[in-house]
Design a protein around this ligand. Structure first.
Ligand code: UP5
Ligand code: MG
Length: 204
């Protein structure tokens, strides 16, 4: 697809910060497609015949980052499919796409590769809260989510990876003036109000 016609907003924040929850609300109001890197990886892990299934499962359980080639490819394919699906649909201009990319890039190499090979992001929505709150939310969710990484041991590893590998990515975009930091300790609606305001800003 034509990278000049595509708008990308990255959505970052620690495990359980509320990225997915806010993205679902945002795409209700704004005409964006929500692509969660974690969801795409989980789908690929479960796809019959996938050569990466075992590798993805191990990385996710250990809180490690899956090799970037896999994730960037999955995202690129999902973007292509969305653009094709929306072509000609009401309100969409042909060849254009607007994407909320949730939980990506979480390591510097992914950020660089995606910028070079796919496109450059306009904004990073960055949700922050304490580890205590994130842990509590994830353990609550873990009662029903079926996610193999919603247990104390995996959560601790995810926190470490987030601090060591993802925070440098946030810092990199902050230096470019692209980060909108939002306190996600508050209620879902309060957090949403701020997130929606940032979206309006970039759409103007
Ligand atoms: N909740 C949400 N907001 C709330 C609020 N304001 N008040 C009260 N409760 C709130 O929310 C988590 C829970 O909290 C939910 O129950 C929600 O109702 C509640 P959610 O919106 O799901 O949080 P989110 O930030 O999306 O948490 P998630 O667990 O999805 O974050 P992760 O970043 O850990 O998971 P992700 O799926 O992105 O990645 C999983 C793994 O995939 C990674 O650890 C990694 O191994 C791998 N991965 C890669 O290797 N590469 C990638 O590029 C991406 C992922
Ligand atoms: Mg999520």
């Amino acid at each position: 697809f034509d990278r000049r016609k595509v708008v990308v907003v990255f959505v970052l924040g620690g495990p359980g910060a509320g990225k997915g929850t806010q993205c679902v609300k945002l795409v209700n109001e704004f005409r964006f497609s929500h692509l969660s890197a974690g969801d795409l990886l989980r789908a690929e892990q479960n796809r019959e015949g996938s050569e990466f299934g075992e590798l993805i499962r191990t990385c996710i359980r250990e809180g490690n980052i899956v090799p970037m080639e896999i994730t960037v490819k999955l995202l690129e394919n999902a973007m292509k499919a969305e653009i094709e699906k929306n072509n000609g649909a009401e309100g969409w201009t042909d060849g254009r796409g607007r994407f909320l990319i949730d939980g990506f890039p979480r390591k510097m190499d992914q950020a660089i590769k995606f910028g070079e090979e796919v496109c450059v992001a306009s904004l990073v929505l960055f949700f922050t809260t304490t580890e205590g709150i994130m842990l509590h939310r994830l353990l609550e969710r873990g009662k029903t989510s079926g996610r193999e990484d919603d247990n104390v041991e995996s959560i601790r590893k995810r926190f470490n990876t987030y601090k060591e590998q993802t925070m440098p990515v946030v810092k990199y975009y902050a230096e470019l003036g692209k980060v909108a930091e939002i306190d996600s300790s508050r209620s879902i609606d309060e957090v949403y109000r701020d997130a929606a305001q940032w979206m309006r800003k970039i759409l103007n």
